[in-house]
Write a protein that binds this ligand. Structure first.
Ligand SMILES: Cc1ncc(C[n+]2csc(CCOP(=O)(O)OP(=O)(O)O)c2C)c(N)n1
Length: 342
């Protein structure tokens, strides 16, 4: 059975529109604190969540909004939670990094890597209490360098637990280039612990859906854990207002403010030797070029846009679907914002 791209696109679009609305509220100062969005991860989340059934569980990271929405959690409850409203999903006390839904067996955490132990706990209870049910853990590649996630992969393998570990690999952990702090290959690392592992283009929702199907089916039927590494691009950078993204989006305006004084300092005679100063100039040049080549500048890395392009031949159906998703979301937003205190 092929994936239903229409249904997957609807999930992704709802999530994208919801997070765009959240971004706008955050920029207006109505949501306090940091805000990590999952924009750019929608294909991974939709491709996995579409396989889940009642009784399955999800352990989520600091970008858990998309997964909860796609799993059917009421968007009004999530929005009220982000606004700190007492009627929010967690009484307004959790905020966007600590969203829980007992009804949906979903728990998120701002502690990087904590999705591993939570998913293993969910999977152990599924193995004992609800055979056939599974747990999914969503986390970034940075979390793969956390001990507790390694322990979780190990235990899931040793106990043959029904858990699928989904690594949303965008290559960055805030401002750390993950490759610089990572030994070996992450997929091989999972295999080394006895966990079946696969890689997929996380910008392609059909590919993700196809890639995780055998992993989920195997876990359901007692075949043990799996690891899926899906590459993606975080379109908003690490969090809203991310300083590096300002440079990526407006290099001509932002870059000179940093590059010009640095270049001037390296050209200034005296101080460090010529060799060091030339190396400094080279670093500045490389940084400027890397900014211009940044994958966040390339619309082809947007999974929602890619899914839409695959459906564009049926323009009328597409527009109808988009209008439906927008209208439903606008109703929720309007009702929630009227109810929420200023
Ligand atoms: C245990 C722990 N260490 C550090 C942090 C600070 N922190 C928050 S997000 C983040 C980066 C995580 O990178 P990754 O796992 O790749 O996820 P991404 O943010 O890229 O989605 C860090 C280091 C934290 N929240 N928890």
């Amino acid at each position: 059975m092929p994936p239903d791209l229409w249904a997957l696109y609807a999930l992704m679009l709802e999530s994208r529109l919801f997070e765009e609305a959240v971004a706008s509220l955050w920029h207006d100062g109505l949501i306090s604190g940091e805000m990590h969005l999952g924009t750019g991860e929608e294909a991974i989340v939709a491709g996995v969540v579409a396989h889940l059934r009642e009784g399955d569980a999800m352990a989520l990271d600091h970008r858990g909004t998309a997964a909860l929405l796609m799993r059917g959690v009421d968007p009004a409850l999530i929005l009220r939670e982000l606004l700190g409203h007492p009627d929010g999903l967690c009484g307004g006390m959790g905020g966007h990094m600590h969203l829980f839904s007992k009804e949906h067996l979903a728990a998120s955490s701002g502690i990087v890597g904590a999705e591993g132990p939570a998913a293993v706990g969910f999977a152990l209870s599924a193995q004992v209490l609800r055979p056939g049910a599974i747990a999914v853990a969503f986390f970034g590649e940075g979390a793969m360098n956390q001990g507790m996630l390694m322990e979780s992969l190990n235990l899931a393998s040793a106990w043959n637990l029904p858990v699928v570990f989904v690594c949303k690999d965008d290559g960055w952990a805030i401002t750390t280039h993950s490759a610089r702090v990572t030994g070996g290959d992450l997929t091989d690392r999972a295999r080394g612990l006895g966990v079946q592992a696969a890689e997929v283009d996380g910008r392609d929702v059909s590919a993700v859906w196809e890639a995780c199907r055998p992993a989920i089916e195997r876990a359901r039927s007692g075949g043990g854990p799996a690891f899926l590494r899906a590459r993606c691009v975080h379109l908003e950078g690490h969090f809203l207002g991310f300083q590096l993204l300002r440079m990526v989006r407006e290099p001509l305006r932002e870059m000179p403010r940093i590059a010009v004084p640095l270049t001037g300092a390296f050209l200034h005679p005296g101080g460090a030797g010529l060799r060091e100063r030339l190396a400094g100039l080279r670093t500045v040049l490389e940084a400027v070029l890397a900014t211009l080549r940044d994958p966040r500048r390339d619309p082809a890395n947007d999974p929602v846009r890619r899914a839409r392009a695959a459906l564009h031949l049926e323009e009328a159906r597409l527009e109808e679907l988009e209008a439906q998703v927008k209208e439903a979301l606008n109703d929720v937003l309007a009702a929630t914002l009227v109810e929420a205190p200023a």
